[in-house]
Design a protein around this ligand. Structure first.
Ligand code: NDP
Length: 508
């Protein structure tokens, strides 16, 4: 996050370099860092995968990704040429130990000898273990900070597999050399949660059970599984989104104030939240967790197929594309305050947002029977900003109360486009700052928290799986989950403001 910008010369070896992630995220992010003069000098990228590409073929493939997905784009040929000259490609059989040996020997030549060497595993998760083992067999890397390993999500598929992967990693790399990516943590608006909470004196006194009625965290996608059905069938919304992104957001909202921005301090405070989550027993699962699958519907004006009709999805699949869970955090700050988390594909809108709903006023002297409680919405995507709903007097001769929103948008205030999450994360890896990455105990605790839900859902082959029409906001069962508590799912702030604006435009 913050730190010394003088970064040591660096080599990034990307395993699975021919794939989607390298093309859409990793390389465009490195290119943007290059265009902003943030890369060390010298610097190079070695792409590794099974496909026969050659240096030029690989560069050509990357170029189209950079043109499409980088923030800077390619405006001058000389910029691209300079960047591309630092990129090479080697064909790799992931199981062939001689290739790893010669890769490590190559990394010992010339300036690369004293450089930071980053092994970025952008392969399917089944390859994480063999690649790490091969690297460990070829050289003693443990404890040598010159070598760093980056692991993409998903990190395991349950507690047992995450523990196993952590063990394999720990045999070859020290924890301080290990960077487990949850790209949500690199987003500017997610990092801003800490600034918002801990750089402003006004929030801390009311950031607790005395003032907050409940918290909602929504990560809604409009896209379906598209061509990633093969991957998604083995994941589902719980593993793909809740175990990592949503639980991490919950930790940032619920954590205690850190004493410093030291990486370990922040990670300790976050893991404390996971430890304080009230365990969900198998008997409780049906009461606090809902899953569902989308059926065909209309999203953003377009007809979309149901999940079971998607490519590479089994006709009788029970993989959930929607999940909603209610958590409690058993500590002094949050006792009795529910945290409702929900995420889904093919939902009514794309929106990632955290909403803190405050308690109603204890008494009000106005004629309105009900006054909407204050709401603070931390908007992560697509809007980036903060919305605070308060009440105001409507202009006119009588005292009439109306909700109004105070809003600040990141783009309007700062007038610069935010770096992509992958830019921030890659720079932190080069600097050796692990603060925004998942530590082994965090990942394991997140799996522990979800253990009973994973198991119950996996074993339940009989109860009909709830469904929701694509383009809607989830199944009726998710509504029931929250209305049973006398609450309702909040519309994302951007939609609510729009609706109110349209309403008031109509009245004028
Ligand atoms: P891809 O399926 O595109 O795989 C990446 C590369 O790995 C491929 O180009 C391929 O290269 C190699 N590969 C694929 N399958 C196999 C296989 N069975 N055996 C050996 N090699 C194989 O994946 P993505 O790029 O989409 O994702 C990479 C990693 O990043 C995954 O772990 C994914 O979960 C994670 N991730 C991806 C995101 C995305 O948006 N794409 C988002 C977040 C995380 P070759 O055949 O040339 O060796």
């Amino acid at each position: 996050m913050v730190g010394d910008l003088s970064i040591k010369p660096t080599v990034i070896c990307i395993f699975g370099a021919s794939g989607d992630l390298a093309q859409r995220k990793i390389i465009p992010a490195i290119y943007d860092l290059f265009m902003n003069d943030l890369l060390p000098d010298p610097f190079c990228i070695i792409g590794l995968a099974r496909t026969s590409l050659g240096d030029d073929g690989f560069r050509q493939q990357l170029r189209s990704g950079v043109e499409k997905f980088s923030r800077s784009g390619i405006h001058k040929e000389e910029d691209w040429d300079k960047f591309a000259s630092a990129v090479t490609y080697s064909k790799l059989d992931y199981q062939d130990s001689t290739i790893y040996k010669s890769l490590l020997e190559q990394l010992d030549q010339g300036w690369q000898k004293s450089a930071t060497k980053i092994f970025y595993l952008a392969t399917p998760p089944t390859l994480f273990e063999p690649i790490v083992k091969q690297l460990g067999q070829s050289r003693i890397l443990h404890g040598n900070d010159q070598y760093r390993i980056v692991i993409e999500k998903p990190f395991g598929r349950d507690l047992e597999s995450a523990q196993e992967l952590n063990k394999i990693l720990a045999d070859v790399f020290d924890e301080s050399q290990t960077y487990r990516i949850d790209h949500y943590l690199g987003k500017e608006t997610v990092q801003n949660i800490l600034a918002f909470r801990f750089a402003n004196a006004m929030w801390e006194p009311i950031w607790n059970r005395s003032y907050i009625n409940h918290v909602q965290i929504t990560v809604a996608e409009q896209v379906g599984v598209g061509r990633r059905g093969g991957y998604y069938e083995n994941a589902g919304a719980l593993r793909d989104m809740i175990q990592n992104h949503l639980l991490q957001l919950m930790c940032l909202v619920a954590m205690e104030p850190p004493t410093s921005f030291n990486a370990e301090e922040i990670r300790n405070k976050k893991v404390d939240v996971l430890h304080a989550i009230r365990p969900i027993t198998t008997e409780d699962v049906a009461k606090v967790a809902v899953r569902a699958q989308y059926v065909s519907g209309v999203v953003d004006g377009k007809h979309v197929p149901g999940y079971l009709e998607e490519e590479n999805v089994a006709a009788d699949s029970r993989t959930e594309t929607f999940a909603a869970i209610k958590f409690y955090i058993d500590n002094w700050r949050w006792q009795g305050v529910p945290f409702y988390l929900r995420t889904g594909k093919c939902m009514g809108a794309r929106a990632s947002e955290i909403s803190l709903q405050f308690r109603p006023v204890p008494h009000h002297p106005f004629s309105e029977k009900v006054i909407q409680p204050n709401r603070l919405a931390i908007q992560i995507a697509p809007e980036e900003g903060i919305m605070l709903r308060t009440q105001a007097k409507e202009p006119g001769p009588v005292m009439k109360i109306k909700p109004v929103e105070m809003h600040y948008s990141y783009n309007e205030v700062f007038q610069v486009s935010s770096p992509e999450a992958y830019e921030t994360l890659l720079l932190d890896i080069m600097r050796g700052d692990p603060g925004l990455f998942m530590r082994s105990d965090q990942v394991e605790m997140a799996w522990t928290v979800l253990g009973s839900i994973l198991e119950t859902w996996q074993n339940d082959r009989e109860n009909p799986l709830p469904s929701y029409v694509a383009g809607e906001w989830g199944p009726q069962e998710a509504e029931n989950l929250i209305t049973a508590d006398g609450r309702e799912w909040l519309k994302p702030a951007c939609l609510e403001c729009e609706i109110r604006k349209e309403g008031s435009d109509g009245n004028d």
